[in-house]
Write a protein that binds this ligand. Structure first.
Ligand code: IMP
Length: 433
Protein backbone atom coordinates (compact mmCIF):
# COMPACT_ATOMS: atom_id res chain seq x y z
CA UNK A 1 0.00 0.00 0.00
CA UNK A 2 1.05 3.56 -0.56
CA UNK A 3 0.91 5.03 2.94
CA UNK A 4 0.97 8.68 1.82
CA UNK A 5 -0.32 10.51 -1.27
CA UNK A 6 1.17 8.10 -3.78
CA UNK A 7 4.65 8.04 -5.35
CA UNK A 8 6.16 6.36 -2.30
CA UNK A 9 8.25 3.90 -4.31
CA UNK A 10 5.79 1.02 -4.38
CA UNK A 11 7.07 -0.16 -7.77
CA UNK A 12 10.53 -0.85 -6.44
CA UNK A 13 9.31 -2.59 -3.29
CA UNK A 14 6.82 -4.73 -5.23
CA UNK A 15 9.49 -5.61 -7.71
CA UNK A 16 11.61 -6.89 -4.83
CA UNK A 17 8.77 -8.76 -3.17
CA UNK A 18 7.82 -10.20 -6.56
CA UNK A 19 11.16 -11.95 -6.72
CA UNK A 20 10.01 -14.66 -4.31
CA UNK A 21 6.27 -14.46 -5.01
CA UNK A 22 4.32 -16.56 -7.49
CA UNK A 23 1.92 -13.85 -8.56
CA UNK A 24 1.61 -10.06 -8.55
CA UNK A 25 -1.81 -8.47 -8.74
CA UNK A 26 -2.93 -4.89 -9.29
CA UNK A 27 -6.38 -4.20 -7.91
CA UNK A 28 -7.30 -0.50 -8.24
CA UNK A 29 -6.39 2.70 -10.02
CA UNK A 30 -5.35 2.86 -13.62
CA UNK A 31 -3.12 4.92 -15.84
CA UNK A 32 -2.99 7.60 -13.16
CA UNK A 33 -0.29 5.49 -11.54
CA UNK A 34 3.29 5.52 -12.63
CA UNK A 35 5.79 3.01 -11.32
CA UNK A 36 9.45 3.53 -11.93
CA UNK A 37 11.76 0.58 -11.49
CA UNK A 38 15.49 0.85 -11.97
CA UNK A 39 17.06 -2.53 -12.71
CA UNK A 40 20.60 -3.25 -13.84
CA UNK A 41 20.92 0.37 -14.88
CA UNK A 42 17.76 0.18 -17.01
CA UNK A 43 14.74 2.30 -16.13
CA UNK A 44 11.21 0.99 -16.56
CA UNK A 45 8.22 3.24 -16.27
CA UNK A 46 4.97 1.32 -16.02
CA UNK A 47 1.52 2.78 -15.74
CA UNK A 48 -0.81 -0.18 -15.91
CA UNK A 49 1.37 -3.21 -15.87
CA UNK A 50 1.94 -4.76 -12.43
CA UNK A 51 5.59 -4.39 -11.43
CA UNK A 52 5.89 -8.18 -11.50
CA UNK A 53 5.84 -8.12 -15.31
CA UNK A 54 9.62 -7.92 -15.30
CA UNK A 55 9.63 -11.45 -13.85
CA UNK A 56 8.39 -13.59 -16.75
CA UNK A 57 7.80 -16.63 -14.55
CA UNK A 58 5.22 -14.89 -12.34
CA UNK A 59 1.53 -14.70 -12.92
CA UNK A 60 0.88 -11.02 -13.44
CA UNK A 61 -2.67 -9.84 -12.95
CA UNK A 62 -4.61 -6.69 -13.71
CA UNK A 63 -7.60 -7.24 -11.46
CA UNK A 64 -11.25 -6.32 -11.85
CA UNK A 65 -10.84 -3.19 -9.70
CA UNK A 66 -8.42 -1.53 -12.12
CA UNK A 67 -9.67 0.86 -14.79
CA UNK A 68 -7.85 0.09 -18.01
CA UNK A 69 -6.99 2.43 -20.81
CA UNK A 70 -6.52 -0.17 -23.55
CA UNK A 71 -4.38 2.15 -25.62
CA UNK A 72 -1.89 2.48 -22.79
CA UNK A 73 -2.03 -1.23 -22.02
CA UNK A 74 -1.38 -2.28 -25.61
CA UNK A 75 1.42 0.32 -25.90
CA UNK A 76 3.02 -1.00 -22.71
CA UNK A 77 2.81 -4.55 -24.04
CA UNK A 78 4.51 -3.45 -27.26
CA UNK A 79 7.22 -1.56 -25.44
CA UNK A 80 7.96 -4.43 -23.05
CA UNK A 81 8.16 -6.89 -25.91
CA UNK A 82 10.39 -4.53 -27.86
CA UNK A 83 12.77 -4.47 -24.90
CA UNK A 84 12.79 -8.23 -24.75
CA UNK A 85 10.39 -8.85 -21.85
CA UNK A 86 8.26 -11.98 -22.08
CA UNK A 87 4.72 -10.81 -21.33
CA UNK A 88 2.88 -14.12 -21.73
CA UNK A 89 2.17 -14.43 -18.02
CA UNK A 90 -0.05 -11.35 -17.99
CA UNK A 91 -3.75 -11.86 -17.28
CA UNK A 92 -6.36 -9.14 -17.44
CA UNK A 93 -9.68 -9.44 -15.64
CA UNK A 94 -12.65 -9.74 -17.95
CA UNK A 95 -14.57 -7.66 -15.40
CA UNK A 96 -12.18 -4.70 -15.30
CA UNK A 97 -13.65 -1.47 -16.62
CA UNK A 98 -12.29 0.38 -19.61
CA UNK A 99 -11.37 4.00 -19.90
CA UNK A 100 -13.10 5.34 -22.97
CA UNK A 101 -12.19 8.44 -24.99
CA UNK A 102 -15.15 10.31 -23.49
CA UNK A 103 -13.85 9.66 -19.97
CA UNK A 104 -10.70 11.51 -20.81
CA UNK A 105 -12.60 14.42 -22.34
CA UNK A 106 -14.86 14.61 -19.30
CA UNK A 107 -11.88 14.54 -16.93
CA UNK A 108 -10.37 17.52 -18.80
CA UNK A 109 -13.69 19.34 -18.94
CA UNK A 110 -14.42 18.73 -15.25
CA UNK A 111 -11.07 20.13 -14.21
CA UNK A 112 -11.38 23.15 -16.50
CA UNK A 113 -14.80 23.89 -15.07
CA UNK A 114 -13.51 23.79 -11.50
CA UNK A 115 -10.87 26.40 -12.39
CA UNK A 116 -8.98 27.38 -9.24
CA UNK A 117 -10.73 24.62 -7.30
CA UNK A 118 -9.49 21.91 -9.67
CA UNK A 119 -8.43 18.62 -8.07
CA UNK A 120 -5.33 18.45 -10.22
CA UNK A 121 -6.19 15.03 -11.64
CA UNK A 122 -3.87 13.21 -13.98
CA UNK A 123 -6.53 13.78 -16.66
CA UNK A 124 -6.47 10.15 -17.59
CA UNK A 125 -10.22 9.68 -17.25
CA UNK A 126 -10.11 7.85 -13.91
CA UNK A 127 -12.94 9.68 -12.14
CA UNK A 128 -15.44 9.54 -15.04
CA UNK A 129 -14.65 5.86 -15.62
CA UNK A 130 -15.27 4.87 -11.99
CA UNK A 131 -18.39 7.06 -12.06
CA UNK A 132 -19.72 5.06 -15.02
CA UNK A 133 -18.87 1.84 -13.21
CA UNK A 134 -20.96 2.93 -10.22
CA UNK A 135 -23.74 4.14 -12.51
CA UNK A 136 -23.69 0.75 -14.26
CA UNK A 137 -22.82 2.39 -17.53
CA UNK A 138 -19.29 1.06 -17.74
CA UNK A 139 -17.72 -0.82 -20.62
CA UNK A 140 -15.78 -3.86 -19.41
CA UNK A 141 -12.89 -5.78 -20.88
CA UNK A 142 -15.19 -8.68 -21.77
CA UNK A 143 -17.31 -6.32 -23.90
CA UNK A 144 -14.38 -5.95 -26.29
CA UNK A 145 -15.05 -9.44 -27.52
CA UNK A 146 -18.54 -8.77 -28.85
CA UNK A 147 -19.06 -6.04 -31.41
CA UNK A 148 -22.81 -5.76 -30.98
CA UNK A 149 -22.71 -5.53 -27.20
CA UNK A 150 -19.81 -3.11 -27.31
CA UNK A 151 -21.60 -0.71 -29.62
CA UNK A 152 -24.83 -0.88 -27.64
CA UNK A 153 -23.04 -0.19 -24.39
CA UNK A 154 -21.10 2.73 -25.82
CA UNK A 155 -24.34 4.31 -27.05
CA UNK A 156 -25.95 3.79 -23.63
CA UNK A 157 -22.92 5.27 -21.86
CA UNK A 158 -22.68 8.34 -24.07
CA UNK A 159 -26.38 9.15 -24.07
CA UNK A 160 -26.63 10.68 -20.57
CA UNK A 161 -23.42 12.63 -21.19
CA UNK A 162 -24.61 14.42 -24.33
CA UNK A 163 -24.79 17.80 -22.64
CA UNK A 164 -21.33 17.68 -21.09
CA UNK A 165 -19.84 16.29 -24.30
CA UNK A 166 -21.45 18.94 -26.50
CA UNK A 167 -18.26 21.05 -26.78
CA UNK A 168 -16.52 17.97 -28.20
CA UNK A 169 -19.31 17.01 -30.59
CA UNK A 170 -16.96 17.26 -33.58
CA UNK A 171 -14.08 15.51 -31.92
CA UNK A 172 -13.25 12.46 -34.09
CA UNK A 173 -12.54 10.34 -31.00
CA UNK A 174 -16.26 10.42 -30.23
CA UNK A 175 -17.28 8.96 -33.57
CA UNK A 176 -19.23 5.83 -32.63
CA UNK A 177 -18.10 3.72 -35.54
CA UNK A 178 -14.40 4.46 -35.30
CA UNK A 179 -14.45 4.21 -31.48
CA UNK A 180 -16.06 0.79 -31.70
CA UNK A 181 -13.61 -0.36 -34.34
CA UNK A 182 -10.65 0.91 -32.37
CA UNK A 183 -11.82 -0.85 -29.19
CA UNK A 184 -12.49 -4.09 -31.07
CA UNK A 185 -8.93 -3.90 -32.28
CA UNK A 186 -7.72 -3.54 -28.69
CA UNK A 187 -9.90 -6.52 -27.84
CA UNK A 188 -8.18 -8.52 -30.53
CA UNK A 189 -4.74 -7.75 -29.09
CA UNK A 190 -5.83 -8.35 -25.49
CA UNK A 191 -7.89 -11.49 -26.04
CA UNK A 192 -5.12 -13.98 -25.15
CA UNK A 193 -4.70 -12.22 -21.81
CA UNK A 194 -8.36 -11.94 -20.77
CA UNK A 195 -9.32 -14.27 -17.93
CA UNK A 196 -11.28 -14.87 -14.75
CA UNK A 197 -8.41 -13.50 -12.71
CA UNK A 198 -10.06 -13.94 -9.32
CA UNK A 199 -10.16 -17.68 -9.93
CA UNK A 200 -6.52 -17.74 -11.04
CA UNK A 201 -5.42 -15.94 -7.88
CA UNK A 202 -7.56 -18.11 -5.60
CA UNK A 203 -6.09 -21.23 -7.17
CA UNK A 204 -2.63 -20.02 -6.31
CA UNK A 205 -3.63 -19.16 -2.76
CA UNK A 206 -5.12 -22.65 -2.42
CA UNK A 207 -1.74 -24.05 -3.36
CA UNK A 208 -0.17 -21.90 -0.61
CA UNK A 209 1.69 -19.85 -3.14
CA UNK A 210 2.73 -16.30 -2.36
CA UNK A 211 0.72 -13.54 -3.98
CA UNK A 212 1.67 -9.86 -3.80
CA UNK A 213 -1.17 -7.36 -4.17
CA UNK A 214 0.27 -4.13 -5.45
CA UNK A 215 -1.54 -0.93 -4.47
CA UNK A 216 -1.56 2.19 -6.59
CA UNK A 217 -1.73 5.79 -5.32
CA UNK A 218 -1.86 6.09 -1.53
CA UNK A 219 -4.13 5.96 1.48
CA UNK A 220 -4.53 9.73 1.66
CA UNK A 221 -5.92 9.69 -1.89
CA UNK A 222 -8.56 7.12 -0.95
CA UNK A 223 -12.03 8.21 -2.02
CA UNK A 224 -13.49 7.26 1.38
CA UNK A 225 -10.63 7.86 3.78
CA UNK A 226 -8.43 10.40 2.03
CA UNK A 227 -8.53 14.16 1.75
CA UNK A 228 -11.84 14.23 -0.15
CA UNK A 229 -12.54 15.71 -2.67
CA UNK A 230 -8.81 15.99 -3.43
CA UNK A 231 -8.53 12.26 -3.89
CA UNK A 232 -8.59 9.67 -6.62
CA UNK A 233 -11.79 7.78 -7.42
CA UNK A 234 -10.77 4.37 -6.08
CA UNK A 235 -9.78 2.91 -2.70
CA UNK A 236 -6.03 2.55 -2.34
CA UNK A 237 -6.42 0.97 1.13
CA UNK A 238 -5.55 -2.66 1.82
CA UNK A 239 -9.18 -3.77 2.14
CA UNK A 240 -9.68 -2.81 -1.46
CA UNK A 241 -7.34 -5.60 -2.56
CA UNK A 242 -10.11 -8.05 -1.67
CA UNK A 243 -12.68 -6.30 -3.83
CA UNK A 244 -10.41 -5.34 -6.68
CA UNK A 245 -8.78 -8.75 -7.00
CA UNK A 246 -11.61 -11.00 -5.86
CA UNK A 247 -10.13 -12.59 -2.74
CA UNK A 248 -11.36 -12.68 0.86
CA UNK A 249 -10.01 -10.65 3.81
CA UNK A 250 -8.55 -13.76 5.40
CA UNK A 251 -6.48 -14.44 2.31
CA UNK A 252 -4.23 -11.53 3.22
CA UNK A 253 -1.52 -12.27 5.76
CA UNK A 254 0.60 -9.16 5.69
CA UNK A 255 0.08 -5.53 4.79
CA UNK A 256 3.14 -3.49 3.97
CA UNK A 257 2.81 0.28 3.90
CA UNK A 258 5.31 2.17 1.79
CA UNK A 259 6.27 5.66 2.90
CA UNK A 260 8.98 8.05 1.88
CA UNK A 261 11.24 9.42 4.59
CA UNK A 262 9.52 12.74 3.84
CA UNK A 263 6.20 13.69 2.30
CA UNK A 264 5.10 14.55 -1.23
CA UNK A 265 1.84 15.25 -2.98
CA UNK A 266 0.85 15.91 -6.60
CA UNK A 267 -2.24 17.93 -7.33
CA UNK A 268 -4.29 20.09 -5.00
CA UNK A 269 -5.56 19.57 -1.49
CA UNK A 270 -4.44 19.93 2.11
CA UNK A 271 -0.84 19.15 3.02
CA UNK A 272 -0.13 20.09 6.65
CA UNK A 273 3.66 19.61 6.50
CA UNK A 274 4.23 21.27 3.14
CA UNK A 275 7.46 23.20 2.65
CA UNK A 276 8.12 26.03 0.26
CA UNK A 277 11.20 27.93 -0.86
CA UNK A 278 14.82 26.76 -1.09
CA UNK A 279 14.42 23.84 1.32
CA UNK A 280 11.48 22.46 -0.70
CA UNK A 281 13.44 22.98 -3.92
CA UNK A 282 16.43 21.15 -2.50
CA UNK A 283 14.37 18.12 -1.42
CA UNK A 284 12.48 18.11 -4.74
CA UNK A 285 15.69 18.15 -6.74
CA UNK A 286 17.59 15.62 -4.66
CA UNK A 287 14.58 13.32 -4.58
CA UNK A 288 13.72 13.81 -8.27
CA UNK A 289 10.21 14.71 -7.22
CA UNK A 290 8.54 15.17 -10.56
CA UNK A 291 5.44 13.20 -11.57
CA UNK A 292 6.05 9.95 -13.48
CA UNK A 293 2.82 10.37 -15.44
CA UNK A 294 2.42 14.12 -15.67
CA UNK A 295 5.96 15.43 -15.14
CA UNK A 296 4.51 17.93 -12.66
CA UNK A 297 6.82 19.09 -9.85
CA UNK A 298 5.58 17.43 -6.68
CA UNK A 299 4.80 19.40 -3.56
CA UNK A 300 7.18 18.36 -0.79
CA UNK A 301 7.22 18.50 2.98
CA UNK A 302 8.42 16.89 6.19
CA UNK A 303 7.28 13.40 7.10
CA UNK A 304 3.80 13.49 8.58
CA UNK A 305 3.51 10.87 11.31
CA UNK A 306 -0.06 11.82 12.22
CA UNK A 307 -1.07 10.81 8.70
CA UNK A 308 1.21 7.76 8.71
CA UNK A 309 -0.29 6.48 11.94
CA UNK A 310 -3.75 6.98 10.41
CA UNK A 311 -2.63 5.00 7.36
CA UNK A 312 -1.28 2.23 9.59
CA UNK A 313 -4.62 1.92 11.38
CA UNK A 314 -6.76 1.98 8.24
CA UNK A 315 -4.72 -0.76 6.65
CA UNK A 316 -3.95 -3.09 9.56
CA UNK A 317 -0.39 -2.42 8.51
CA UNK A 318 2.03 -5.11 9.61
CA UNK A 319 5.24 -3.56 8.26
CA UNK A 320 6.59 -0.31 6.94
CA UNK A 321 9.02 0.23 4.11
CA UNK A 322 10.68 3.64 4.33
CA UNK A 323 12.01 4.79 0.98
CA UNK A 324 14.42 7.55 -0.06
CA UNK A 325 16.08 7.97 3.32
CA UNK A 326 19.21 9.10 1.43
CA UNK A 327 17.39 12.24 0.24
CA UNK A 328 17.43 13.68 3.78
CA UNK A 329 21.21 13.76 3.83
CA UNK A 330 22.54 17.19 4.78
CA UNK A 331 19.28 18.43 6.33
CA UNK A 332 19.89 19.30 9.96
CA UNK A 333 17.79 19.15 12.04
CA UNK A 334 15.29 16.82 10.42
CA UNK A 335 11.73 17.80 11.29
CA UNK A 336 9.06 15.20 11.78
CA UNK A 337 5.42 16.05 12.33
CA UNK A 338 3.84 14.48 15.42
CA UNK A 339 0.66 16.55 15.77
CA UNK A 340 -1.29 19.31 14.04
CA UNK A 341 -2.19 22.77 15.29
CA UNK A 342 -5.55 24.13 14.14
CA UNK A 343 -6.14 27.74 13.11
CA UNK A 344 -7.72 28.45 16.50
CA UNK A 345 -4.94 26.85 18.46
CA UNK A 346 -6.42 23.39 19.04
CA UNK A 347 -3.99 20.49 18.92
CA UNK A 348 -4.82 17.36 16.90
CA UNK A 349 -3.13 14.04 17.56
CA UNK A 350 -5.35 12.30 15.05
CA UNK A 351 -6.05 12.95 11.40
CA UNK A 352 -9.03 15.36 11.51
CA UNK A 353 -12.12 14.10 9.71
CA UNK A 354 -13.44 17.57 8.91
CA UNK A 355 -12.31 19.04 5.63
CA UNK A 356 -12.28 22.63 6.84
CA UNK A 357 -10.20 21.72 9.88
CA UNK A 358 -7.76 19.71 7.81
CA UNK A 359 -7.33 22.56 5.34
CA UNK A 360 -6.22 24.91 8.11
CA UNK A 361 -3.98 22.80 10.31
CA UNK A 362 -0.22 23.17 10.39
CA UNK A 363 2.26 20.52 11.44
CA UNK A 364 3.89 20.57 14.87
CA UNK A 365 7.34 19.06 14.82
CA UNK A 366 9.94 17.14 16.72
CA UNK A 367 13.44 18.05 15.63
CA UNK A 368 15.87 15.20 15.23
CA UNK A 369 19.58 15.35 14.40
CA UNK A 370 20.45 15.10 10.70
CA UNK A 371 23.26 13.19 9.01
CA UNK A 372 25.89 14.16 6.44
CA UNK A 373 27.04 10.74 5.39
CA UNK A 374 26.31 9.22 2.00
CA UNK A 375 23.82 6.37 2.50
CA UNK A 376 23.62 4.91 -0.98
CA UNK A 377 26.23 2.23 -0.23
CA UNK A 378 24.71 1.10 3.10
CA UNK A 379 23.27 -2.41 3.06
CA UNK A 380 22.67 -3.01 6.77
CA UNK A 381 21.29 -0.99 9.64
CA UNK A 382 24.71 -1.01 11.32
CA UNK A 383 26.20 0.80 8.34
CA UNK A 384 23.74 3.66 8.70
CA UNK A 385 24.83 6.75 10.65
CA UNK A 386 23.41 6.83 14.19
CA UNK A 387 21.16 9.82 13.36
CA UNK A 388 19.55 7.94 10.45
CA UNK A 389 18.97 4.92 12.67
CA UNK A 390 17.45 7.13 15.36
CA UNK A 391 15.14 8.69 12.80
CA UNK A 392 13.91 5.25 11.73
CA UNK A 393 13.40 4.17 15.35
CA UNK A 394 11.41 7.33 16.02
CA UNK A 395 9.06 6.58 13.09
CA UNK A 396 8.65 2.96 14.11
CA UNK A 397 7.83 3.78 17.71
CA UNK A 398 5.46 6.60 16.89
CA UNK A 399 3.51 4.67 14.27
CA UNK A 400 3.66 1.38 16.15
CA UNK A 401 4.62 -0.65 13.09
CA UNK A 402 8.03 -2.25 12.51
CA UNK A 403 10.15 -1.09 9.59
CA UNK A 404 11.06 -4.01 7.36
CA UNK A 405 12.88 -2.29 4.57
CA UNK A 406 14.69 1.01 4.01
CA UNK A 407 15.49 2.52 0.62
CA UNK A 408 18.82 4.35 0.27
CA UNK A 409 18.94 4.95 -3.48
CA UNK A 410 17.00 4.35 -6.69
CA UNK A 411 18.64 1.03 -7.61
CA UNK A 412 17.01 -2.27 -6.76
CA UNK A 413 19.98 -3.29 -4.69
CA UNK A 414 20.01 -0.03 -2.72
CA UNK A 415 17.92 -1.26 0.18
CA UNK A 416 18.45 -2.33 3.75
CA UNK A 417 16.52 -5.25 5.20
CA UNK A 418 16.12 -4.55 8.89
CA UNK A 419 16.34 -7.22 11.51
CA UNK A 420 12.53 -7.05 11.87
CA UNK A 421 12.14 -7.37 8.08
CA UNK A 422 14.29 -10.46 7.93
CA UNK A 423 12.31 -12.09 10.69
CA UNK A 424 8.90 -11.48 9.20
CA UNK A 425 6.54 -14.19 8.03
CA UNK A 426 6.42 -12.52 4.62
CA UNK A 427 10.15 -12.88 4.44
CA UNK A 428 9.53 -16.30 2.91
CA UNK A 429 8.51 -14.16 0.00
CA UNK A 430 10.71 -11.23 0.60
CA UNK A 431 14.12 -11.76 2.12
CA UNK A 432 17.02 -11.84 -0.23
CA UNK A 433 18.85 -15.12 -0.58
P1 IMP B 1 -6.93 11.11 -10.70
O1 IMP B 1 -6.61 9.84 -10.02
O2 IMP B 1 -6.24 11.26 -12.03
O3 IMP B 1 -8.41 11.36 -10.81
O4 IMP B 1 -6.36 12.31 -9.80
C1 IMP B 1 -6.89 12.59 -8.51
C2 IMP B 1 -5.79 13.00 -7.56
O5 IMP B 1 -4.96 11.88 -7.30
C3 IMP B 1 -4.87 14.09 -8.08
O6 IMP B 1 -4.45 14.90 -7.00
C4 IMP B 1 -3.68 13.32 -8.63
O7 IMP B 1 -2.50 14.08 -8.64
C5 IMP B 1 -3.61 12.21 -7.60
N1 IMP B 1 -2.99 10.98 -8.13
C6 IMP B 1 -3.56 10.06 -8.92
N2 IMP B 1 -2.70 9.06 -9.16
C7 IMP B 1 -1.58 9.34 -8.50
C8 IMP B 1 -0.32 8.65 -8.34
O8 IMP B 1 -0.09 7.55 -8.84
N3 IMP B 1 0.59 9.29 -7.58
C9 IMP B 1 0.35 10.47 -6.97
N4 IMP B 1 -0.78 11.14 -7.09
C10 IMP B 1 -1.75 10.58 -7.85
Amino acid sequence: MGAQWGDEGKGKVTDMLAERAHAVVRFQGGTNAGHTIVRNGETWTLRLMPSGILHPDKLCVIGNGVVIDPRVLTDELDELRRRGVDTRALRVSANAHLIMPYHMLLDHAGEAKLGKLAIGTTRSGIGPCYADKAARLGIRVQDLLDEKILKKKIVAAIDPKRLSLRPYARDPVLDLQSMTEQYLLYGHVLEPFIADTSRLVLERLDRDEVVVFEGAQGVLLDIDHGTYPFVTSSNPVAGSACIGAGVGPKDIDEVWGISKAYQTRVGSGPFPTELEGPLADAIRDTGGEYGTVTGRPRRVGWLDLVALRYAARLNSMTALAITKLDVLRGLDPIHVCTSYRGSEGAQFDHFPYHQTVLHHVAGEYEQLPGFDEELSGCRSEEELPAAARDYLRFIEEFVGVPIALVGVGPGREQVIWTEAGRGMAGSTAATPA
